[in-house]
Design a protein around this ligand. Structure first.
Ligand SMILES: Cc1cc2nc3c(=O)[nH]c(=O)nc-3n(C[C@H](O)[C@H](O)[C@H](O)COP(=O)(O)OP(=O)(O)OC[C@H]3O[C@@H](n4cnc5c(N)ncnc54)[C@H](O)[C@@H]3O)c2cc1C
Length: 429
């Protein structure tokens, strides 16, 4: 079937042309110019340039027939799967890397295609634990290279059919063998990218429901014992999530990222970057939605006036814009502080500081995903029928913004973490 952007053109030619990726980037850039340093700004523009060229060269319409997984190798080749770290252990060195660089990368890529960006975010969740625990083992470095360079997407397998929010009382079990390998048996679910991934990182425990005996494994999905079917999430129809059965799956000792007793610690260590990553994604969706609505409301006329000039439209859009800008600045400040601390402490932030950052990461994850849900819906609403039809990416933003509160720990779990942090703060008085 021919790739088409939409079934029927509902928006007039002039407005549709103005809603181009180039103009949406321009809108974002004019907002960020006073906030970013020249170096940060140039780097952001570099990622944007790549996305614009890629879209044009490959005639990408973001229509329903396109497979976002086809784009991964090209972005991997450019070093745009993740910029959270430098990977000198596999001879990959970037000029720009760290939390800020990764936020800006995500911002540019999400405005290009939000489902594609979310998929790459899930790959990063597999990259981080391998980066932290490769210990120079060639098998792990090979997997790391495949994931970073876009040879394969990756996935993280935490959630189980009967253990979602309660992620530390897992039912998947691991049994150590005489040769140091482990045999895994269990079931996982909702794992973004898993059906498309060569490499996944999974957790299991030596004793059901015992969080202290958890371990962490790198798995090649070509191994015997891996069974995976797709779970379809209609709000992100281009992403493949997995429902897996691990049946006597043997993990050789080279692929054990954390032995029994280490899994829980590894799980928690990944939470700050994961939640900040989801917050960056959510705020990027806000920019995607606000940039569409701002362009549209400045051009669409009703009652012989641009609709922006009616207070009901202009004031609401101003409100969404202000909230988006303010949270962006907050996230950038957090990311800059994180990078400074990583540099100051040689890549390992002391426990007391990183513990304080857990609460901040929950605050941002909670607040940004909550805002994204509001901004994407309200921005589409301000575009009337044009915001709801399939002519722009607005439907993607509305849909994706409604799932972000669940992944990486639901809204209620973030509230619970924050309320416990308030208890700790009280005890420090
Ligand atoms: C699109 C998508 C992508 C995902 N990607 C991944 C992935 O890549 N890897 C992975 O491992 N998982 C992934 N997940 C799974 C996700 O992390 C879980 O869905 C999430 O943690 C919630 O678990 P659950 O679905 O079992 O809900 P449940 O834990 O059953 O929660 C049901 C409801 O109860 C509430 N609740 C539960 N416990 C409490 C409590 N103590 N206090 C208050 N309220 C509570 C929850 O907030 C929720 O509203 C993904 C999920 C989705 C939808």
């Amino acid at each position: 079937m021919k790739n088409t952007k939409f079934m029927n053109q509902a928006i007039n030619d002039e407005i549709l042309a103005k809603l181009s990726l180039k103009n949406r980037y321009s809108f974002l850039n004019n907002n960020l110019m006073p906030i970013l340093s020249p170096e940060q700004f140039n780097y952001l523009k570099g990622v944007q340039k790549f996305c614009m060229r890629f879209e044009k060269k490959n005639n990408i319409t973001h229509g329903p027939d396109e497979d976002v997984y086809d784009w991964i190798p090209a972005f991997g080749e450019q070093g745009y799967i993740t910029r959270a770290h430098n990977f000198d252990m596999i001879d990959i060195n970037y000029d720009n890397y760290g939390a800020v660089a990764d936020f800006l990368r995500y911002l540019a890529i999400d405005m290009f295609d939000t489902q594609f960006a979310m998929g790459s975010g899930a790959t990063v969740l597999a990259i981080n634990p391998i980066y932290d625990h490769h210990e120079g083992v060639p098998e792990r470095l090979e997997a790391l290279k495949d994931l970073i360079t876009g040879k394969s997407p990756g996935a993280i397998l935490i959630t189980e059919p009967e253990r979602g929010s309660d992620a530390v009382h897992q039912l998947s079990v691991c049994e150590e063998q005489d040769d140091g390998s482990f045999i895994l048996n269990g079931e996982k679910i909702y794992n973004t990218n898993a059906p498309k991934s060569k490499w996944v990182v999974a957790y299991a425990t030596a004793e059901k429901n015992n969080g202290n005996l958890m371990a962490q494994f790198l798995i090649n999905t070509e191994w015997d014992g891996w069974q995976c079917e797709r779970v379809y999430i209609p709000w992100v129809p281009k992403l493949y999530l997995g429902h897996e059965k691990l049946v006597n799956l043997r993990v050789p000792k080279e692929y054990i990222l954390g032995g029994v007793g280490k899994g829980r610690e590894h799980l928690f260590e990944g939470l700050i970057p994961e939640r900040i990553g989801i917050a960056c994604g959510a705020i990027s969706q806000c920019w995607g939605a606000v940039s569409h609505a701002a362009i549209y409301a400045n051009m669409r006329k009703q009652f012989d006036q641009e609709v922006l000039k009616f207070q009901g439209v202009g004031f609401l859009l101003a409100d969404l814009w202000a909230k988006t800008t303010n949270l962006t600045i907050g996230l950038l400040k957090f990311a800059e502080t994180y990078d400074d601390k990583m540099e100051k402490f040689g890549g390992e932030i002391p426990r007391n500081i990183s513990r304080a950052m857990v609460a901040s990461a929950s605050q941002f994850k909670y607040h940004c995903t909550n805002l994204s849900k509001e901004v994407c819906y309200e921005a589409a609403n301000l575009m009337g029928g044009a915001g709801l039809c399939d002519n722009t990416l607005m439907h993607d933003y509305m849909n994706i913004s409604r799932i972000q509160e669940i992944l990486g720990g639901s809204r209620q779990i973030q509230q619970y973490i924050m309320s416990m942090a308030l208890r700790q703060l009280f005890k420090m008085l």
